[in-house]
Design a protein around this ligand. Structure first.
Ligand SMILES: *Cc1c(COP(=O)(O)O)cnc(C)c1O
Length: 377
């Protein structure tokens, strides 16, 4: 019998999802917005605490786009973005016809490098273009250098959009990731720590900005009996069915985080015994990752690819680290500030299967591939 496929990152169901979906169907709330959406927002708001206001949307990408709009980013403005990320962090800059300026990573968190961030800001200002916003990412769940990055941003008065799509449940010095920026972004895509099938949220610092986000997300309808619009609107609101899945998933959020951290300990234990590989871990106790994905650096690109193929042979999904944005054909022409850290991570790094649903049997299959591979090289 063929081994069942082990995927890179799946969520675990609580079993309550169906109940909330049925509630939406029975009450005929089969639309965007509705009681499940309100309740899901309340639960997220409780999770993040009082000074955070959550708008539930139909994707994390939509949340980034609305954050840019709320910060007044317009055509030809510049926005700084961490290069080492998923394309959804950067694409909305182009939706606004603004220009991305990419910044390298640093080696401790693999996230935006404070030194290069400072260099980039100064250089853009000297060219007469002060960046309008900074998009910083907690990649793979690991908090970025929050203190340093925010100190620099504050010094220049540039707001941060905190892309916490992969970092729900992570914290820095005890404060939740997603709550540091002028705006925080969550994703509930199928591969994230909890899923609504597709969905996201924008975390803002006042009820007014949250309400404004919901206004934009529901086609910017002015107060009138007829449809009246004085601003461009978007169809970005979360659906009541998806929010039902989200409510079911909230019941296992802590379990899912626990499973992911357990996966981390599982890998840490394996790699303790193995030379020639660097297992990515937090640098100190200030950085508390949800370990959404576990990642390693091999010695060479060839090694990385051979390990990936060895996993594939065993019907196990793994994936190279995200290809930096400044190396992507669509973003190549935009400025980049860095020292090739992101390049090297991309070349040698591999994401390991890290789903909340990994079983003991899955883990022993994964371990077997790793142990055999490093015996050979
Ligand atoms: C998933 C993800 C997003 C986008 O979220 P969607 O809900 O898929 O639109 C943005 N940034 C990062 C870093 C992500 O991993």
């Amino acid at each position: 019998m063929e081994n069942k496929r082990i995927y890179l990152s799946l969520s675990q169901e609580s079993g309550y999802e169906q109940e909330y979906i049925d509630r939406a169907l029975k009450s005929n709330w089969i639309t965007s917005g509705g009681p499940n959406v309100d309740e899901f927002e309340n639960e997220l708001q409780n999770y993040f605490g009082n000074e955070n206001f959550v708008a539930a949307l139909n994707s994390g990408t939509a949340a980034i786009h609305l954050a840019l709009i709320l910060l007044g980013v317009k055509a030809d403005d510049e926005v700084i973005c961490q290069s080492m990320t998923f394309s959804a962090s950067a694409n909305p800059i182009l939706y606004q016809n603004a220009h991305p300026v990419f910044v390298d990573s640093e080696i401790e968190t693999w996230n935006i490098c404070p030194k290069n961030l400072g260099i980039a800001i100064k250089d853009r200002i000297s060219k007469g273009k002060k960046p309008k916003a900074i998009i910083a990412v907690h990649l793979y769940g690991m908090p970025y250098q929050v203190d340093q990055v925010h100190t620099i941003a504050d010094k220049y008065g540039i707001p941060i959009i905190e892309d916490s799509a992969e970092a729900l449940g992570s914290n820095f010095k005890g404060k939740q990731c997603g709550s540091f920026g002028a705006y925080g972004v969550l994703s509930f895509n199928g591969n994230k720590i909890i899923t609504t099938s597709s969905g996201g949220a924008l975390i803002s610092k006042s009820k007014e900005t949250k309400d404004k986000a919901v206004f934009f997300a529901t086609q910017s309808k002015d107060k009138a009996a007829h449809y009246q619009h004085s601003e461009i609107g978007y169809n970005y609101r979360m659906s009541n069915i998806c929010a039902g899945i989200g409510l079911g998933q909230m019941k296992v959020l802590n379990d899912n985080i626990y499973s992911r951290r357990n996966n981390h300990l599982f890998y840490k234990d394996i790699f303790k015994e193995i030379k020639n590989v660097e297992f990515f871990d937090n640098q100190n106790k200030d950085f508390v990752s949800n370990y959404w994905l576990n990642t390693i650096l091999l010695k060479t690109k060839n090694q990385r690819e051979s390990l990936r193929l060895a996993f594939e042979e065993a019907n196990i999904e793994s994936r190279p680290l995200w290809k930096p944005m400044h190396l992507q054909p669509v973003f190549e022409k935009y400025p980049y500030y860095g020292n090739k850290v992101a390049e090297e991570l991309f070349e040698k790094g591999l994401c390991l299967p890290s789903g909340s649903n990994l079983t003991a049997d899955d883990k022993s299959r994964i371990k077997e591939v790793i142990v055999n591979f490093f015996k050979r090289i």
